[in-house]
Design a protein around this ligand. Structure first.
Ligand code: PLP
Length: 383
């Protein structure tokens, strides 16, 4: 079955005699048991809930994994991944990551004696040289956030497996519609379900999908032991959003491509980062490993003041952290989503103050271009 069909054609309520068209919200904390000495399929919602199970199974299917796990946020999912490690272990991560992930690694993980080292994973040959006996996990986003750099996922997966490491990919920017890291050799796929999966800025959620049953058991243990699972109503919202993932993302991606091409020719814009532009340094790698360039892009203008002016004067792009919603958003990552990046990392990575990130929504592309044309004119020093 094609992806659009798989998004809607699945068992939305297994074993349900009423055969509902949408998954019921099992808003219950506990389930009555038939016997005092054995449990049925569900007993307590922290451990398992029918609404959550439908979502987890659907995400596992869409990512070509065997099991999925939903968490209260993308950060809770990332945090669960780190709990596979113990004191003395190390994560080797690409340096361009969501700021909340770098904050977790720097300020929380360090307390458990787990170290994190940042490398440039876009050159896999150099990545291999950085692996030490303490390294346990290679961790990347592709495209990265907010510079839209591309990591060759199959190449990094090879390196990880040659060294007996787990390879974890945050696939939030692509969604399973555009990229399936497990097929390229990743061991864990993470999502902020807050982004494209739900798509409407109305829920915070996260997910991990894996293929290996032994790894799945470890993640399940953590989800249950730490009590970080997504609640039933939020699962319902993600399930509802997920059905239109392809429709939304097709429209969003079309606008992103048009906007990226428009910005590339604009005199106020010095660099456009978007893997749908053939000028992107790793365009060919992205074409090989993904089925589209997505709906997030970033670009730089000459100064922070201009970037701020542009962000504050668009009428259709709302200033907001996050991405992947039906509404177009604009942000200045250095001051917003990545403000929590530890200072030592910020210094070494090239996220200029004048970088603007756009997430394209489902508005009409002509309206978005018109809005940007007007705003960039206002942002010009000659205006
Ligand atoms: N991963 C990426 C790439 C993100 O951009 C974000 C949040 O913006 C997260 C993970 C964290 O997700 P959440 O905000 O759902 O905790």
């Amino acid at each position: 079955m094609k992806f659009a069909t798989r998004l809607v054609d699945y068992d939305v309520s297994p074993k349900d005699p009423h055969r509902p068209m949408s998954t019921p919200i099992y808003q219950t904390a506990t389930f009555e048991q038939e016997h005092a000495d054995s449990f049925g399929e569900f007993d307590y919602s922290r451990s398992g809930n029918p609404t959550r199970k439908v979502l987890e199974d659907q995400l596992a299917a869409l990512e070509n994994g065997t099991r999925g796990f939903c968490f209260s946020s993308g950060m809770a999912a990332i945090s669960a991944m780190t709990h596979l490690l113990q004191s003395g272990d190390e994560i080797l991560a690409d340096w361009d990551l969501y700021g909340g992930a770098t904050r977790l690694f720097a300020k929380v993980l360090s307390r458990s004696g787990i170290t994190i080292r940042y490398v440039d994973a876009s050159t896999p040959e150099k990545l291999a040289e950085q692996i030490t006996p303490a390294t346990r996990i290679l961790y990347v986003e592709s495209p990265t956030n907010p510079l839209l750099r591309i990591i060759d996922l199959a190449a990094v997966a090879n390196i990880a497996h040659q060294h007996g490491l787990l390879f974890c990919v945050d696939n939030s920017a692509m969604s399973p519609y555009l990229q399936n890291p497990l097929d390229l050799g990743a061991d864990l796929v993470i999502h902020s379900a807050t982004k494209f999966l739900s798509g409407h800025s109305d829920v915070t959620g996260g997910a991990i999908v894996v293929k290996d049953p032994a790894l799945a058991e470890k993640i399940y243990f953590l989800q249950n032991a730490e009590g970080t699972a997504l609640g039933p109503f939020d699962c319902f919202l993600v399930l509802r959003g997920l059905k239109t993932l392809k429709l939304r993302l097709d429209a969003q991606q079309r606008s992103a491509q048009t906007v990226a091409e428009f910005l590339s020719c604009h005199p106020q814009v010095s660099a456009v980062h978007y893997p749908g532009l053939p000028s992107h340094p790793l365009y060919a790698v992205h074409q090989r490993q993904a089925r589209g360039a997505g709906a997030v892009l970033s670009f730089t203008v000459p100064s922070f003041e201009q970037a701020k002016h542009i962000a504050e004067n668009t009428s259709l792009f709302r200033i907001a952290v996050s991405f992947g919603s039906v509404h177009s958003t604009i942000s200045l990552p250095a001051r917003m989503s990545h403000a929590s990046t530890p200072a030592e990392l910020k210094f070494s990575r090239a996220i200029p103050d004048s970088l603007i990130r756009l997430s394209l929504g489902i508005e009409d592309t002509d309206d978005l271009i018109e809005d940007l044309t007007r705003t960039l004119r206002l942002g010009s020093p000659d205006a």
